[in-house]
Design a protein around this ligand. Structure first.
Ligand code: ATP
Ligand code: MG
Length: 421
């Protein structure tokens, strides 16, 4: 019979790998809570219109990466390609703006984009993201950047660089676009088809294009940061000064325009020299207009998202411990021993001592083989002889030292020993 395989670009995370994932997720939760962000769990799928309206029609995501399908009644639904749109929708729908602001949320979970799968680029991938609503103060920008930077540094990821830019206000961008467009028109013959096609609707994307010819052609393009309004300039300078004050190094990158349309002012990305082609670990920025664009009140916001597959690729091997940490292997055999072993196994687990047994083994020899393979610390030997004496033999699997202990009250005795070490 044909074997049904998983979908291209959609990976299983096997038991050997889950410890490193837990380590990353636990660190993300810990740092987010430490910075005052609360977890939000938004749905995996939403109305397509939400993403089309928030992410922007001329972005890669909306143009070609969304998993969109009709519901049974014909309504167009989409698997979430990112978490900001859903978080903002929930913020508006539950009227969170009426609560004392600012509100700060974080999320963790799978996202879906139809891309060409390769290392660090999947069709189902995972993001940790944070969104801070209600504060236009540059210190809120500094805070989200610091949260991301401290998390990645805590995970000891190598070769990190924080790149930062300002996209100005929407007015600044509107004034800059014709200036950039005029420059691009002169370079048109050197630009890739994608950039030429998007030039009139979204000329900024040409700055972000990875095609080498486009990069050369836009090398001397006019810079958005040279066309900032005084307010945007002050905001940017304060963000940079704040980062310096808290010791977070950055590199100015005037090309950093981000793929999503709703960003304004601060825009940032963290890259690593250890990731090869897919070198972006996380990215974010300010999106003051989005809540209003989605039908909510005028609420400023700033946030980021970080790709956990890429974090996992960079995480040093030694960081995560094994999944198979189990204390006791219960080697119960013989008629009476097997019966008593069933009860003992359950008692140990009930009081929180991890214990396992291979039910296929029926002899001491078979049990000991499995106990050695299991990475348990101790084996509890319980055959008919021990059952008759009302005792067990506790064997240290590393040193092979053995001692005989009474069966009655055993789990409590072991529990007391575990907590006293
Ligand atoms: P890229 O330029 O690598 O496509 P992006 O600009 O599309 O990134 P964002 O939408 O800003 O990425 O998402 C934030 C982070 O999510 C990225 O920096 C990356 O780490 C991760 N990410 C995005 N798309 C994928 C994917 N298909 N597979 C794995 N991780 C991804
Ligand atoms: Mg992308």
């Amino acid at each position: 019979m044909d074997i049904i395989k998983g979908i291209k670009g959609v990976k299983d995370i096997l038991p050997e790998e889950t410890p490193r994932w837990r380590l990353i997720e636990d660190a993300a939760r810990r740092w987010a809570l430490c910075y005052g962000y609360q977890e939000i769990r938004i749905p995996i799928f939403e109305l397509t219109a939400l993403f089309a309206r928030s992410i922007g029609a001329t972005t890669d995501i909306v143009e070609k990466e969304m998993y969109t399908f009709p519901d049974r009644d014909g309504t167009s639904l989409t698997l979430r390609p990112e978490g900001t749109a859903g978080t903002v929708r929930a913020f508006i729908e539950h009227n969170r703006a009426a609560d004392p602001l600012p509100q700060k949320h974080f999320y963790l979970g799978p996202m879906f984009r139809h891309e060409r799968p390769q290392a660090g680029r999947l069709r189902q991938f995972h993001q940790f993201g944070a969104e801070s609503f209600g504060t236009s103060d540059p210190r809120a920008d500094i805070e989200v950047i610091a949260l991301l930077w401290r998390l990645l540094s805590d995970l000891t990821l190598p070769g990190l660089t924080l790149e930062i830019n300002s996209l100005g206000s929407s007015g600044d961008r509107a004034a800059y676009k014709p200036i950039l467009l005029a420059f691009l028109k002169l370079q048109e013959s050197h630009l890739c088809a994608n950039c030429r096609r998007r030039m009139d609707t979204n000329p900024l994307r040409a700055l972000d294009c990875k095609v080498p010819d486009c990069r050369v052609a836009t090398e001397s393009a006019p810079r958005l940061t040279d066309h900032l309004s005084p307010e945007a300039r002050v905001h940017f300078d304060q963000v940079l000064a704040g980062l310096t004050a808290i010791g977070i190094p950055y590199r100015l990158n005037p090309r950093l325009v981000r793929g999503l349309d709703y960003y304004c002012l601060t825009s940032f990305e963290i890259t690593s020299t250890h990731l090869g082609a897919q070198n972006a670990v996380g990215a974010g920025g300010r999106y003051d207009g989005l809540v209003e664009a989605l039908g909510g009140p005028s609420v400023p916001a700033v946030g980021f998202a970080v790709g956990l597959e890429r974090v996992s690729l960079m995480l040093p091997e030694t960081s995560s411990s094994s999944n198979n940490e189990c204390l006791y292997y219960v080697a119960a055999f013989g008629e009476k021993g097997t019966q008593l072993g069933l009860v003992l196994l359950d008692e140990l687990r009930r009081i929180g001592l991890s214990a396992q047994c291979d039910y296929r083994a029926t002899t001491l020899k078979a049990h000991l083989r499995q106990a050695d393979r299991s990475a348990c610390r101790y084996a509890i030997l319980l055959g008919d002889d021990e059952a008759t004496r009302g005792s067990i033999i506790l064997r240290n699997l590393a040193s092979k030292a053995q001692e005989e202990l009474p069966l009655a009250g055993l789990s409590h005795l072991l529990k007391a020993r575990t907590t006293s070490v």
